[in-house]
Design a protein. Structure first.
Length: 403
């Protein structure tokens, strides 16, 4: 199999590259800047730099087409929100190449947190009461309804821009800084006590082919996970299959969900229709079987499997030493690093390039570096240049579900 992995800056994209490459597949990596870590893995056959899908969609598609044609790519495997742009412009991709992600209408329905709420209810999966706020007044009214609340933008990712009065992120953001609109609404829910649980799944023709349920015992700034622990998948496997069935489309692609475990009951919080760090916990043969759909039953990560991004854990230990140092030192000694055994250290040496890239984007858009790191590969619900009339109508239908 000849595979193009896009947005190779992400640690989980690097993990996918390593696993596919070590299994004998030909891997080409791409990103919008040359320093992306996956571009420098020993497991890539070639790498390329593309335009930004967010800021230069037409050129991004043209760049991907050129890569596919030059390297005889059979499968395009998106690893971030460029998936939306590729899906919306699938009609412009070379004939015969497989885009391993859902159709644009499916992705939009899953990604928009307001329409996702409707899908979860339709599937019969538990979800907290949810209010969609489309202006400042409705946002204030919504948070006043719940003594303890949790609010975030309908289009958001990475644990940034969260409004809450409870937990470690309480009052980190002011309601005065949040300005929902009909095009960019916010969701408000009661704060649900319990640990966050995440899942990652590969799906082929509506069937889950690989699945992982995990927690992030170590997080960078209470947002992005940097250590990962596999937990029981019995309930999440059932719920994710119900959600896939509710799409009623024979979905093929990667799906990641966030849940809250409240006294043993799982409540769906949001969906990222792309890979996340859970892929790191899958063994190579499990991931390959999941992506190709060759296994008769889904490969499921067993409870207790642990991995960590050791460089991030070390940095975090000394960023907040009073609260994290003891736990971090234990993990540094006992938990397997995501790069262990790959003999691919040069790739991670390019990690500072991601911070430099994020800092450049942050300066241009007045954001924090963490929030800006993916700023040139995100999709926030707007129409995409060159999308089909059918996809434009599907996007309008998703927006209509907000009222």
């Amino acid at each position: 199999m000849r595979v193009l992995v896009t947005s190779s800056r992400n640690p989980f994209a690097l993990d996918i590259i390593r696993k596919l490459g070590s299994a004998g597949h030909v891997v080409v990596a791409s990103d919008t800047y040359g320093g992306a870590i996956g571009n420098h893995s020993r497991y890539v056959h070639a790498h390329a730099v593309t335009a930004s899908p967010t800021f230069a969609t037409d050129q991004f598609i043209a760049d991907v087409v050129a890569i596919v044609e030059e390297h005889d790519i059979e499968v395009i495997l998106p690893s971030f929100e460029e998936a939306f742009y590729l899906a919306a412009r699938a009609h412009d991709l070379p004939e015969g190449v497989t885009l391993f992600t859902g159709a644009f209408a499916e992705l939009a329905r899953l990604h928009d947190k307001a329409s996702f709420q409707r899908l979860v209810e339709q599937a019969g999966v538990p979800i907290p009461e949810t209010i969609v706020a489309t202006d400042d007044a409705s946002l204030r009214a919504a948070i006043e309804k719940f003594p303890r609340y949790f609010a975030r933008a309908a289009f958001s990712r990475g644990g940034v821009a969260l409004l809450t009065n409870t937990g470690p992120l309480a009052d980190h953001m002011s309601v005065d800084d949040c300005h929902p609109t009909p095009e960019q609404p916010w969701l408000v829910q009661p704060f649900v006590d319990g640990p966050m649980v995440c899942t990652y799944s590969t799906v082929v023709d509506g069937r889950i082919t690989a699945h992982c349920t995990y927690r992030a015992p170590e997080q960078w700034a209470h947002s992005t996970g940097i250590a990962f622990l596999g937990v029981d998948s019995t309930k999440t496997l059932e719920y994710v299959q119900k959600l896939v069935d509710a799409l009623d489309s024979g979905y093929t692609g990667q799906l990641s969900f966030d849940w809250v475990d409240h006294d043993g009951e799982l409540y769906a919080i949001e969906c990222n229709p792309r890979p996340t760090n859970g892929v790191i916990l899958l063994e190579t043969d499990e991931l390959v079987a999941g992506l190709t759909g060759t296994a008769e039953t889904p490969a499921v990560v067993q409870p207790g499997v642990e991995r960590e991004i050791k460089l991030a854990v070390v940095a975090d230990a000394f960023t907040e030493p009073l609260s994290h140092l003891k736990t971090s030192l234990h993990d540094i000694i006992h938990v397997r690093n995501v790069g262990s055994g790959w003999h691919d250290g040069i790739a991670m040496m390019w990690s500072p390039a991601s911070l430099v890239h994020g800092a450049k984007l942050a300066r241009g858009h007045h954001e924090a570096v963490l929030e800006a790191l993916g700023g040139d590969i995100v999709w926030n619900g707007e129409p995409i240049d060159g999308m089909s009339d059918a996809d434009a109508e599907a996007l309008e239908a998703v927006h209509a579900q907000r009222v």
